[in-house]
Design a protein around this ligand. Structure first.
Ligand code: DC
Length: 223
């Protein structure tokens, strides 16, 4: 039997990580973990509570009793926050505008990272995020750092919004992505950073099928 390894896929917002990771996991018969969805769910909770984001003491307390659960059992990701299905509520411009701030809080990352390490500890997972190859699984057998131009990423994100019924001007999406790149890359705790041993993969001119095929071949070399 083939050894089940861990595949870490990091990269900036809308670089194609999650679509590629999901298809890749399917092709390998692995499980897929979307760590961004976990931070999105926590951000939703923080926004719904309407407490000032500066009030860290209060947040720490709230986080202790917050439950995030990702369910892929029917083939699509369902995100549950405190037993409520929040799958469609976590991909809105409001969440995108506040998430970088929430994801830079050390105590939030501590809880999420521990959960992710527990989930992936036996291998057989494709995990995407910002710090998977650097912090969560620095010993992952395969590390991919996915990049694409801001314009290409903004077009993809705009299409995602359209698919969920939201019409957002292109310039607004570009500035949202630039702002997130800036915060994600410069935050103090676990910034978005390419692991030294990661394969840098530019997806600007590739289709999803080409991306999956390229990575699949790379991974087969490893297992
Ligand atoms: O992958 P995504 O766009 O759904 O991620 C949303 C945000 O969550 C992103 O702006 C940064 C944060 N994030 C993070 O800090 N660490 C991760 N491992 C995954 C996401």
């Amino acid at each position: 039997m083939q050894k089940k390894i861990l595949i870490a896929i990091d990269g900036p917002a809308a670089s194609g990580k999650s679509t590629t990771a999901k298809l890749l996991a399917k092709k390998l018969n692995y499980s897929y973990l979307d760590t961004g969805a976990m931070y999105r769910a926590i951000t939703l909770k923080f926004l719904e509570q309407k407490i000032d984001l500066e009030n860290l003491k209060k947040w720490k307390k709230i986080l202790e009793t917050t439950e995030v659960f990702l369910d892929y059992s029917n083939g699509n990701l369902e995100v549950w926050l405190d037993k409520v299905n929040v799958t469609s509520k976590i991909r809105t411009p409001e969440i995108n505008n506040s998430i970088s701030e929430v994801a830079s809080m050390a105590f939030v990352r501590e809880k999420m990272v521990a959960l992710q390490q527990e989930i992936g500890k036996n291998g057989g997972w494709v995990i995407d995020g910002r710090d998977i190859g650097t912090v969560v699984f620095p010993k992952a057998e395969v590390k991919i750092f996915m990049v694409a131009s801001v314009e290409v990423r903004a077009k993809r994100r705009q299409k995602d919004y359209e698919n969920s019924g939201l019409s957002i001007p292109f310039e607004q999406v570009v500035s949202e992505i630039k702002k997130r790149d800036e915060i994600d890359s410069n935050r103090e705790v676990s910034p978005l950073k390419q692991a030294k041993d990661a394969i840098v993969f530019d997806t600007s001119d590739l289709s999803i099928e080409e991306q999956v095929e390229f990575l699949y071949k790379k991974i087969l070399e490893k297992i």
